[in-house]
Design a protein around this ligand. Structure first.
Ligand code: CTP
Ligand code: MG
Length: 223
């Protein structure tokens, strides 16, 4: 394997509701993060996995994941970007392809990890998995009046894992000022071309209770 995967898992999970850090919430009788790491580790390209955990749970996360796969665990930060930066700093010399993958996308299949890694290996500096947007999208003002209809055909919903040539991700995080919800956004600001590959419906982000219910159903009917 020539790939390191950074797994930001330090978020509180406010939108999921009470119950502790989201990555440690139960999904099908196991913590969400166990599902995430099991699938990442099953991808043959993956050599190194670095998890950014809630700072108070670093030891517990290491104990939880040790039987699943060899992982490094570092304390995450207050913002997702800080968690990714902390994980990036812990990657040993070696892997030249780095993927960033939300712990909250617990059911992303190993095949998606492989396809993103393969696109970087084939020459892309930055790669994101995307799906078409199925709903009609409107732009609205602060009072709830419609300003216009966006052309859905040019829109894509973005998932993780996102893949980067190591030097590109390092440069993006070194220059990071604004807080963004994805790492490709940092890379775009450097003027680097970002390549899209097909995403996967099972890579949905578990954000609200509805998403957790969907994930429970998907577990009964695997990819
Ligand atoms: N994340 C992180 N460090 C943070 C914030 C988020 O590592 N300070 C991680 C989350 O653990 C998650 C991923 O980034 O795996 C995507 O974030 P999100 O889905 O927003 O998770 P939370 O921030 O935990 O949820 P919420 O925004 O509802 O609190
Ligand atoms: Mg969040």
């Amino acid at each position: 394997g020539d790939v390191a995967v950074l797994v930001p898992a330090a978020g509180a999970g406010v939108r999921l509701g009470a119950g502790g850090p989201k990555a440690l919430r139960q999904l099908g009788g196991e913590p969400m993060l166990v599902h995430t790491i099991r699938r990442v580790a099953a991808a043959p390209s993956v050599r190194t996995i670095v998890v950014a955990a809630p700072p108070l749970d670093v030891e517990a996360v290491h104990a939880l994941l040790a039987p699943v796969a060899p992982v490094l665990v570092v304390p995450g930060g207050a913002e997702r970007q800080e968690s990714v930066a902390a994980a990036l700093a812990a990657v040993p010399v070696g892997p030249e392809i780095i993927l960033v993958h939300d712990a909250a996308r617990a059911l992303a299949p190993p095949s998606l990890v492989e396809s993103v890694a393969a696109a970087v290996r084939a020459g892309s500096d930055a790669v994101i998995p995307v799906l078409p947007v199925v709903d009609t999208v409107k732009e609205v003002d602060g009072d709830g009046f419609v300003l216009g209809t966006v052309d859905r055909a040019t829109l894509r919903a973005v998932q993780t894992p996102q893949g980067f040539r190591r030097s590109v991700l390092a440069a993006a995080h070194a220059s990071a000022a604004a807080s963004l919800t994805d790492d490709a956004g940092l890379v775009e600001k450097l003027g680097v071309r970002v390549t899209c590959v097909p995403g996967h419906e099972h890579a949905l982000k578990i954000t609200r209770p509805f998403d957790l219910a969907i994930a429970e159903l998907l577990l009964e009917r695997p990819a």
